[in-house]
Design a binder for this molecule. Sequence first.
Ligand code: CA
Length: 494
Amino acid sequence: MIKRLVFSLIFCGLTAATFHSCTFSYIKGEDDKPNNPEQKSISKNTIDNSSPNFVIIFADDMGYGDVASFGNPNIRTPHLDRMGIEGQKWTQFYSADPVCTPSRAGLLTGRYPIRNGMTSKDRAVLFPDSDGGLPQSEITIAELLKQKDYATACIGKWHLGHLPQHLPTTQGFDYYFGIPYSNDMDAKPGQAHYHDDSKDDPAFYPEISTYHVPLLENTTVIERPADQTNITKRYTEKAVEFITQNKDKPFFLYLPHSMPHIPLFAGDDFYGKSKRGHYGDVIEEIDWSVGKVMKTLEELDIEDNTLVIFTSDNGPWLLFKTHGGSAGPLKDGKGTHFEGGQRVPTFFWGPGIVKPKVVTEVGSTMDIMSTIASLAGLKIPNDRKMDSQDLSEVLTGTGHSPRTEFYYWGYGELAGVRSGNYKLVVKERKPLLYWNKVEMERPKLFDLETDVSEKYDLYDLMPEKVKELQAMLDAHLEDTEDSLPDNLASRIQK
Ligand SMILES: [Ca+2]
């Protein structure tokens, strides 16, 4: 069935010197063909100087405790730390979901992944045998910015559908370079790899041939298996190239690194250099990459008109022991509904935009769409339910975060809610084997201000608060009843 959605938008140029507005319609359909930018092109607008550039650097499985300025004693992250000193470090920033695919859907669409069918009771994420992807009816940040003719690129891990009809080039990105799903997929049987016992060996270093993952440029496989020993370096080189090529016009660079998701590979300049083992080597290389992006912007003299955001798609993958990261003071990690699963290290840097501050207010990756829209003088979609809130006043030092609540989703189920400082958890997962549920006798209530590690259950002490949060969960569930069908579960027909 062909489904068409009409998305009407009004946008305004925001500079004091110039003001203009125009109205147009944006039509997306399930039958949109890939690789046809004209089909999604809305209008040709004159670029004005009020269109800042945006760079989102998205780490994979990097924990809250893996950055020096978030308390890591061993991993050196001078460039991330600099982002926090010259810009903003956010201590209560949440990814949209505790695992890869749904988290990316939430970031790029500004909606809880349940709404676009990108979280599933049957399969946690997309796999190489999946035939689904982010629905074409969804509007991504890249598509939003296309209204102002931004140049757009996705460089890195996509994981929102690897078939041609789901690749970044169908979702508003002019250019794609990267591994389309997790870097541990397509593992060859019979070779030593992390999912066997190698995680128990801190010195284990994988072979690239074990992981038969493809490297794509746009829609073409250019290498298989991808040489992951230099993948962070190559992503960085492509990012620098894209920024340099587009220095004279507005651009949006989405740079989702494949690592520190296992298998861990570090380039020659980083291998064996960190005190924290292979995992530390990988983080230090990602930090170097962040520095290269910042330096490039400065050399091109466009740093004052650019916002750089760094965050992670979910917490650390604790199953892999020393090959996984740390959630610092937070409980558990990737895949779970405790803070370690979704509270992620986050920085906003942009000398001409961001007022330096440590921000302890709440934000989410889903808010990035509204924030970018606000800074670019655009409106987010108004023809569907959105979960994105505008953080731009916090960034510019003129106001507070509008986000007062956050819902914890996972595996197609609503697992908890945070309202103010209180959090009610109604679904629990095993800390290491997170695909297994823990049977709960009753929900758990925590005060995240006085107990960030979620050690002290207040359920019996605060029945009224439990009731209030349970009512929020019920209302939110009702609000998501009209969500799109499951887009993760289906598999390629053989
Ligand atoms: Ca991940």
